[in-house]
Design a protein around this ligand. Sequence first.
Ligand code: PLP
Length: 391
Amino acid sequence: MKLAARISRISVSKTMAVMEAAIKLREQGIDVVDFGPGEPDFPTPQNVKQAGVRAIQADFTKYTAIGGIKELKKAIVDKHAREFGSKYDVSECVVNIGGKHAIFNIFASVVDEGEDVIIPTPYWVTFADIARFVNSNPIFVPTRESDGFRLTVDILERALTPKTRLVVVNSPNNPSGAVLDDAEFGKIAKLCHERGIYLLSDECYSHFLYDGRMPFSVASSTELKSHIIIAGSVSKTYSMTGWRIGYVLALPEIIAAIVKLQSHSTSNPTSISQKAALEALTGPQESVGIMLAEYAKRRKFVLDRLRAIPGVKCAEPGGAFYAYPNISAAFGRGGIKDSVDFSARLLEKAYVAVTPGEAFGTTDHVRMSYATSMEQLDKGLKRIHEFMGSL
Ligand SMILES: Cc1ncc(COP(=O)(O)O)c(C=O)c1O
């Protein structure tokens, strides 16, 4: 069957393939430990759920403004200004259907066919596929594992091309948990500004930082605002993945372009979810600290246990809820060639689901999400240890 070229340029997320294999085993009654999902295992906070219920009861169930209700946009820009020192007007904010939609609409609005988009590796798989969908060229730029996978301005500068339109930075990073040095991030923004290139900062994990580090946004460099585009989301911060609310902060022209696109595609984000997101951003914030404290405990547990496995190395994740261990010591043993093989064999023999690094642009790693209970982490890590020993 003939399909459009643009859809043939993208593939189903590799993270989905692992999920599907794990689901099949579960259906056979097998006790699978699943480190695949990039989703908080906490319920949405009670006050947020109640705001959603109140919205339904008040019949707030009709179309809203395409770019989101004014109160929510105001709550987004006010909170961003309070926490990060940014300066955005309500006209510089649009609400989208999750962070993924925000990123898709940014690419669609600012990147032309044939232009280059710089994507540091390891990267969240969606960046690469959206770049291909809009017929731009994703340019993958490796970061160093020995530097904890942190992008530096030098690495970026060497990678820029005359056709570069957009640089994508995701800090804290999915899949590595890497957090850029704040000053270095500022230099990256300055370089992009000087070269007339847009910097897309995906802040979806911005509130999950460890060791007392404070959340940071590159939008605090207000003098560089013309080239900074922020993509944010309430999905992870407030455990609201199913509500589907994200946002973009950028110059009014970019926001207007995104609103135009939404006016012919999705229309407004779900009305009741907007009310719930408004409560999440303006109501009590305790739940965020509670989740972060739990992730911090799990991070330490996972790192200690991974590093105790002979042959496994793991860079310290400074944020988000993923570990990205290097398992290349297993290559050449037990017929394992690469991380795809490793993940398939681990699932088949030890019933542990992880995501192969190939999905994120590196060959020697697997991604483990620790957004799951201590009990599951303990069980899964024991199995991984035994599996490595058995090769
Ligand atoms: C790096 C990154 N950005 C953005 C998102 C988008 O999340 P959502 O669309 O649920 O807001 C995700 C989700 O996994 C992510 O990992």
